[in-house]
Design a protein around this ligand. Sequence first.
Ligand SMILES: [Zn+2]
Length: 182
Amino acid sequence: MTFGVGSTLRGLAALGLALCGAAFAGKAHQHGVARLDLAVDGGTVTIAVEMPLDALVGFERSPRTGAERQAAAAALARMRDGAALLRLDAAAQCKLVEARVEAPELERPAAAAPNGDKGDGHADLDATYTFACAQPARLATLEVGLFDAFRRVERVEVQAALPQGQRKAVLRRSAKVVQLAR
Ligand SMILES: [Zn+2]
């Protein structure tokens, strides 16, 4: 990696603040609605995605059948493919350097779940992607591929921490591009 660790940490700190803000809103997630927090810091772009498992696979507990296990594995594989899901401007020359995807409910068999995993609660997938961009000044758009990858996603609520300030946007199937330039 050629970018500075300090700059990555600052990006993550900015992201952390944005995520805390969301958490303090204290609202349970809404099925069909994903959150996306983006921070640009120098050549580092950090993107955090929070998705209700319902939007991913249609259930929010550990898989119980072979078909559910297959759906879970396919959804996790799609989420790990950050470069396909999050398409930053080609001109900015960004490369995905790390993708972290966490969805404990999907990653363990139902039998291994504590207390029998009754499946009456809500559960999310959390993913964090780090991109290193050679030409960050040319970063003008982000096309979000979550709608194409998951048909149950209806809305993506975006918060962006950009060099020129904070920005919010709501994406829908008919409008899946975030404007990042002024
Ligand atoms: Zn739910």
